[in-house]
Design a protein around this ligand. Sequence first.
Ligand SMILES: Nc1ncnc2c1ncn2[C@@H]1O[C@H](COP(=O)(O)OP(=O)(O)OP(=O)(O)O)[C@@H](O)[C@H]1O
Length: 364
Amino acid sequence: MKPAENGLSDHLTMHGLSRRFGSFTALDAVSLSIRKGEFVCLLGPSGCGKTTLLRLIAGLDLPDAGSIALQARDITRAAPAQRDYGIVFQSYALFPNLSVADNIAYGLKPRHERQRHRLRVRELLDMVGLPGAEDKYPAQLSGGQQQRVALARALATSPGMLLLDEPLSALDARVRDKLREELKGLQQRLGVTTLMVTHDQEEALAIADRVVVMNAGRIEQIGTPAEIYRQPCSRFVAEFVGEANWLPATACGAQQVRVGNHALRLEAVLPPDPALQLFLRPEDVIIKPRWENAPNTVLARVDNISFGGALTRIRLLPEGMPGQVLYAEVCPGMLDRQPLVPGEIVPVELPAARLLAFAGDLPC
Ligand SMILES: Nc1ncnc2c1ncn2[C@@H]1O[C@H](COP(=O)(O)OP(=O)(O)OP(=O)(O)O)[C@@H](O)[C@H]1O
């Protein structure tokens, strides 16, 4: 077991995992370590290989190359039962003809210890917020309740690892948000190492200790939610996670670019490409109360203001950048202090510390 940077040991280590289906490479030399007690999300668009990777870890499929180690024990080709995990799928996958209690106790052994199992089932139902549901059948439960039962079943044997394949995506938004919070709380209380597959970036950022962004069978970036959101390492990650402004630019110095008629400075290092795309989150665009001759500040016309609850979205048309639209997101409180009206011209700062540059043409 190798101690990781934060003192926690690696629970699961994958090295050079590849999986091909005919001539198609679904996973391409993926290496990843998950620390004990960590909550890791595999995030990426449909078809990027998330489920394939989860299935290799679960032993439901075998890799064409590479290895998987569980606490330094090679489990690459071990049977699923030798891998010490509980699993929850998107579809609730409960046995419809078994009661909730029997569904949860299904994997508990030895089978004759019925009294001990009854106590364990009660404990698990309390844990997942369904006390007293022992005698119900899956058809009598809502989707959210069924997923709670599936979670209880996955945790019944106190596995060292929890594998979750889009467990919340079939639920409606309110149930999903509530269950997401509860799942995170439960995972932290139990300290169970957890790997969850999701294509929902908001979900991944909200729940994970670390996010693994995948694209076309490869890992694009591994980082904390804040690192993934604030410092995307590639165009793909920057486009896939969150909202952003994209401004076509040309390099004109070590950390200087030209956008339309404006010269802008970046703190980030520029890629070695003359044609660039600047990236700036809408909440990092600063609408200033008055004009000052400050760096990275341009004038823009307020084109539209749309109220969005916690944040108001402002569509700006910067002067000297023909055809360019810039979105700013501000707290409603800021607009109380500094009211804006469509048509007015405002100074806008594009902070050097928040601008990133990526090579290439317009994003798709
Ligand atoms: N058994 C299989 N035979 C052939 N191709 C497969 C098989 N399993 C997966 N694939 C292909 O491998 C690629 C990755 O699939 P995978 O299910 O891992 O994607 P995913 O990222 O989990 O996507 P989704 O979010 O849609 O589930 C897809 O193009 C899929 O069609």
